[in-house]
Ligand binder design. Structure first.
Ligand code: BGC
Length: 248
C-alpha cells in the first residue's frame, strides 16, 4: 500500500492522519488538536508534532497552510499569526518532525484531492475549487493542473475583501440567514465566473457539509456548482499527495 501522511492546519484545528494514496482516503481515524492561540510558528509546530506522533509514521509528511506558500516558504498570513510571513515553513517542520515535510496552501491541497478523488474527477478545462470557512480559499485548475496560490478570497467585492463578506465566518459574524448568505455567495460567484469562466465550481470547506441548505438557493449560472465530496478530509488527503509527489 502507498501510504503517506497529511496534516491540515486550520484557523481552529490541526488534524492529521495517514492516507492511502491509491484510494484518496484516510487509513486511520484522524487525530485533532486545537490550533494554539496565538497561532505563532513555534506553538503550531509543537501541535503538529503532537498530531504526527500519535501515529506510527516515518516518511514524508504533507502540511497545509492557510496562506500563500512558495518553495516551502509561507508568504502571507491573513487569518493566522503574522510571525509566519517570510518563514521557511518546510525547513521548520522537517527539522522538528525529523521527516521530510512539504507545505502547500490549504485550498490548493483540498483542490488537488477533489480533482483526483472527489467532485472534480476527470473534469477537463477550467475548474475552480472554493473553500468557505474562516476565509475563502481557492484552487484553480486547467485540465487537472493546479495554478497555485490564486488567493481569490481576497478579490474585492463591494469595496471589501470578498472573504469578509462571503466566507462562512462572515455568515456567523453578521448572523446571516442561509438566504442572505447565499445572496452574497452568488455575488462572489458572479465575480469569479466573470474572471475565469470555469466549467465546474466545487464548493468545499466546513460549510459544504450543509450544502443542501444553500446550494439550492444559488441562482442558475453557466458553471456547474457542486459540493465537495471529500469534505473535511480533503486537506489531509491533498497534503499527503503533495508530500508523496515531492518524495518521488
Ligand atoms: C488565505 C488563503 C487561504 C484561505 C482559506 C485566506 O484568508 O489568504 O491562503 O487559502 O484563507 O483558509
Amino acid at each position: 500500500m502507498t501510504a503517506a501522511f497529511g496534516v491540515d492546519i486550520g484557523g481552529s484545528g490541526i488534524k492529521g492522519a495517514p492516507v492511502d494514496l491509491a484510494r484518496g482516503a484516510l487509513t486511520e481515524e484522524r487525530y485533532k488538536v486545537l490550533t494554539p492561540q496565538p497561532s505563532a510558528p513555534e506553538a503550531v509546530v509543537a501541535a503538529v508534532c503532537e498530531v504526527v506522533r500519535q501515529f506510527d509514521h516515518h516518511g514524508p509528511v504533507g502540511l497545509t497552510f492557510p496562506g500563500v506558500v512558495v518553495d516551502g516558504r509561507t508568504r502571507t498570513a491573513a487569518n493566522v499569526d503574522k510571525g509566519w510571513i517570510g518563514l521557511d515553513a518546510e525547513g521548520l517542520f522537517s527539522q522538528a518532525l525529523g521527516m521530510p515535510a512539504t507545505v502547500l496552501n490549504d485550498a490548493d491541497a483540498a483542490g488537488v484531492a477533489e480533482l483526483a478523488h472527489g467532485a472534480g474527477r476527470d473534469e477537463p478545462g477550467v475548474v475552480l475549487v472554493l473553500t468557505f470557512g474562516t476565509g475563502i480559499g481557492s484552487a484553480l485548475f486547467v485540465d487537472g493542473t493546479l495554478v497555485p496560490n490564486t488567493e481569490l478570497g481576497h478579490l474585492e467585492l463591494r469595496g471589501k475583501d470578498a472573504e469578509r463578506r462571503a466566507s462562512s465566518a462572515a455568515k456567523e459574524r453578521h448572523e446571516l440567514s442561509w438566504e442572505q448568505w447565499a445572496g452574497r455567495v452568488d455575488e462572489y460567484l458572479d465575480l469569479v465566473e466573470k474572471l475565469f469562466s470555469p466549467r465546474l465550481v466545487v464548493i468545499g470547506g466546513g460549510v459544504s457539509r450543509k450544502h443542501e441548505k444553500f446550494l439550492p438557493l444559488l441562482k442558475a449560472r453557466e458553471a456547474r456548482v457542486v459540493p465537495a465530496e471529500l469534505r473535511n478530509d480533503a486537506g489531509i488527503v491533498g497534503a499527503a499527495m503533495a508530500a508523496a509527489r515531492a518524495a518521488d
